[in-house]
Design a protein around this ligand. Structure first.
Ligand code: PEP
Ligand code: MG
Length: 314
């Protein structure tokens, strides 16, 4: 099966009926680009920029950032590369940017909320991205993490464009943004769904906490319904919707996401072969049927205690 999956490398992600679904790579540093190419990624769907900041006592200079973004972009000529602004806070704390005394950091200052309080960090990152864009010919898309609603999405789109960035989007990781998706679609160029955080916030279960790890699955119908809201808004208004969380790397879930109307999937490069192979087994009609069943909770397995199995024994 693995050998068969490998055979499809080099072909675009598509369903059995030929419906295209671009398969992109999640990348943590510019040198990961090699691996993305090796597994046949059609571009980058999530470049996490935290590596530039982690382990340092202060933010990187604009020059340092421009160099890193240029290094990445130059390895994807003509291809889509989605770069995410710094996601500091919660599971990615940065001593010089994020408060240490938050009782619930996942619900505190993180992502765009952090950046909004550190104007220079935000502006330097946008300037460096615009400079790298001017020096390369990849198709650069820039997005902000942890955007809560259409007001923040609108702010970020306008800010990004004021720096000359052409395609500016928001991550969908907070349920409030999913609930306002029709409004968000009016003010942003694209949305990329971060299912890791969207799941933790939809189910109110800390993604870093082992005791509630059974909640951390995008197969939960509530998460899928949130995703559907975003896809419906995007497809009605011509706004591309991608998925860049762990969910995209689950081949069966990838089919469901296609059926929900997602336009691209981004994942760790090693997952690309299996997702590509599974998508090729299903038509869009089948994917939509599977999505309808998944929205109904058919494929979600609740914890044993809430099925009451064994509850009245001993
Ligand atoms: C996500 O939340 O799904 C995501 C892609 O971002 P991160 O895992 O970096 O928070
Ligand atoms: Mg996230």
């Amino acid at each position: 099966k693995a050998a068969k999956a490998k055979e499809l490398r080099g072909q675009p992600g598509q369903l059995k009926d030929g419906t295209l679904l671009p398969l992109l790579a999640n990348v943590g540093k510019p040198s990961d680009a090699k691996e993305a190419h090796e597994y046949g990624a059609e571009g980058v769907g999530l470049f996490r920029t935290e590596f530039l900041f982690l382990g340092n006592a202060e933010p990187p200079s604009m020059e340092e950032q421009t160099k890193a973004y240029t290094e990445l972009l130059s390895q994807f000529p003509g291809q889509k590369v989605v770069i995410r602004l710094l996601d500091a806070g919660a599971d990615k704390p940065l001593p010089f940017l994020t408060p240490e005394d938050e009782p619930n950091p996942a619900r505190g200052l993180r992502g765009l909320r952090t950046l909004s309080q550190h104007k220079k960090v935000l502006e330097d990152q946008l300037k460096a991205l615009a400079a790298a864009d001017a020096q390369t010919n990849a198709n650069l898309w820039v997005m902000a993490p942890m955007v809560s609603d259409e007001f923040e999405a609108d702010f970020f789109t306008k800010l990004g464009k004021s720096y000359g960035l052409k395609f500016v989007g928001s991550m969908a990781e907070v349920p409030s943004l999913a609930l306002m998706a029709d409004k968000v679609a009016d003010v942003t160029d694209f949305v990329s769904i971060g299912t890791n955080d969207l799941t933790q916030y939809t189910l109110a279960a800390d993604r870093t906490l082992g005791s509630v790890s059974n909640y951390q699955t995008a197969w939960h119908p509530a998460v899928l319904r949130a995703i559907k809201l975003i896809c419906d808004a995007g497809n009605a208004k011509g706004m591309p919707v991608g998925v860049c969380g762990e969910a995209a790397a689950d081949p069966d879930l990838a089919v469901v996401l296609a059926g929900l109307g997602v336009n691209s999937l981004s994942m760790t490069p090693v997952a690309l072969d299996d997702v590509r192979a599974e998508l090729a087994q299903h038509t869009m009609e089948e994917a939509r049927e599977l999505a309808a069943r998944a929205l109904n909770g058919e494929f979600y397995h609740p914890a044993e205690w809430c099925t009451m199995e064994g509850w009245n024994e001993d």
